[in-house]
Design a protein around this ligand. Sequence first.
Ligand code: ATP
Length: 375
Amino acid sequence: MAKHRIAVIDGDGIGPEVVAEVMRVLEAVAGPAGFEYETTFFPWGCRYYVEHGHTMPADGIEILSRYDAIFLGAVGDPRIAPEEVTGVGPVLAIRFGFDQYANIRPVKPLPGAPYPLARPTPDEIDFTVVREATEGIYVGLGGRFAPDDPQVAEIAAMRKIFGRSKELALQTGVYSEAGCRRVIERAFRLAEERDGKRLVTSATKANAMKHGMALWNDVFADVASKHPDVRSEWNNIDALSMRFVLKPESLDVVVAPNLFGDILTDLSAALLGGLGFAPSANLTDSHFPSMFEPCHGSAPDIAGKGIANPTAALLTLAMMLEHLGEDVAARAVEDGVREVVARGAVRTPDMGGSASTEDMGQAVAEAAVRLVECA
Ligand code: ATP
């Protein structure tokens, strides 16, 4: 019997509340689905910061490297730690530390969830965003300079307003050929595996970002030429954002550099009914663990009230189970969530109901166990 070792960082705000329901459902399906698991909780994030002055221990990455997967609730609480601290906290450290370059965010609306568009209908939308997660503008390169600093003299001379300013800030994006290639390649493979339109759309903006996005486009064209069975197209990020709202049914797999992908995936969370419905996985090709986290943050405004929607976290659990090779359990959890949301008897306040986080978790656990037993 397979035994999976799972590291859990439940984190801050609503993180522990939604993770408790993930654990409830995991425990319910494991036996009937025929696998064993072991979880270790790490209290990292803002609570840890208060005691230790940093959000995770120095050997945190090494500790996590011994696990098969990482499940993360949400890290961040502006009431406790400034965003600059948590922003570079566990999430980025783990993504970069384990080279989790592919952030996968499925967009398949759940009938019964609040849905913002008049058309198309929710069941006409089924696409996945593959966001590059280790490069681009998020690598943290740059700095703030006085305009007379010799390091930025050339830039200060470029335009009058630069030279006249008290300060110049540079935020440099890094795009490597191999980094672009592996994520674009993964998007094409995903399009081949999916029962979809076999279409990969590249989010780009080479007309304004003439270095990084030109490299991205060249690599995209090269990878596309090696996958003649998949159609490919590129869309400038501005036009693509409109398409996410006006014609989302035309999408299948969207591959995007880090910043564009970050923004597009919050837009796609809106198509799902809000952040409470959006799951995600951070995948690596290395022997290190991949990380699974709902797209939402710690939502301090609703934390501690027991009303957070655990749907995003539970769909994220389904992604983790699939990654661990537990396909029957993964399908049962996803279908269980869909069933509970469609039935509408148990709804958290973001769905217009008055059910608690725990009520939703309980209902999904029951549905998922029944589905595993029928499988
Ligand atoms: P971050 O900066 O960490 O991404 P954020 O402040 O941008 O966080 P969230 O913490 O995800 O965003 O929350 C934004 C809002 O969405 C919250 O204030 C909350 O009202 C709502 N929200 C987020 N997650 C959930 C959830 N699981 N259930 C219900 N509402 C949620």
